[in-house]
Ligand binder design. Structure first.
Ligand SMILES: [Zn+2]
Length: 219
């Protein structure tokens, strides 16, 4: 993809990264084509005086689950949120979540003329975007989950709190079977895999290829 086409994205991302980011040293950027965008991002920032990112900020690119399935096989391990420590179980999509509620208006819109349908869809999309915007944060009292203080008043990002809670529950649910499986395997191999997994988590990039399914091609 032409880097020129990424100029709005470069600008938006630089602005977002520079806003209230003091003390943050790692940023996860989930973007539909992060695998291509990320290649020349640093170069673009360097070359353009209007683009700036905070010093010592590590950018971790990822692709949302819905879009990743349409990428090349190599992209799966390198950009999947599944192999990223600390992200939890998230899909990484925002805009696409309106598609399911949109099914409800499609029977009404089906018989409309093209222009009418476009207007109705636009109205619903704007309404959905507005609801997401005003729902991003809310002022709430202290939020606790399993005796851990998640947030002490002030602005709470509701969707993040919901996802954190769901991810924590999943960890508790899967820990038992995971430990049982680990105990039943060859311990030398487990150690080897653990080292490879730790290396992949810290190095990322090519090191993540250990998660790619290697298959021999058919004749
Ligand atoms: Zn890709």
């Amino acid at each position: 993809m032409s880097q020129l086409r990424q100029k709005n994205i470069n600008y938006s991302i630089c602005q977002a990264l520079s806003y209230n980011s003091a003390g943050i040293n790692k940023a996860l950027i989930i973007y539909d084509v992060a695998c291509q965008w990320y290649v020349k991002f640093a170069q673009r920032v360097e070359a353009c005086p209007a683009l700036q990112t905070p010093d010592n900020l590590e950018i971790v690119p990822a692709v949302g689950k819905f879009h990743l399935s349409a990428h090349k096989l190599e992209c799966f391990a390198r950009f999947s949120l599944m192999f990223m420590q600390g992200t939890g179980h998230i899909d990484g999509e925002i805009l696409e979540t309106l598609w399911a509620p949109f099914n409800k208006i499609s029977p009404t819109a089906r018989s409309m003329s093209l222009a009418h349908r476009q207007e109705v869809y636009d109205d619903h999309m704007r309404d959905s975007n507005w609801k997401k915007l005003v729902g991003i944060g809310s002022v709430s009292p202290c939020l606790r989950f399993e005796d851990k203080l998640i947030h002490q008043g002030h602005i709470t990002v509701k969707s993040l709190c919901k996802k954190y809670k769901a991810a924590s529950e999943e960890v508790n649910l899967t820990r038992g079977p995971f430990e049982e499986l680990t105990a039943s395997l060859d311990q030398d191999k487990v150690k080897q895999w653990q080292e490879a997994a730790n290396n992949a988590a810290s190095q990322r990039g090519d090191a993540l290829d250990i998660y790619t399914l290697s298959m021999e091609k058919g004749l």
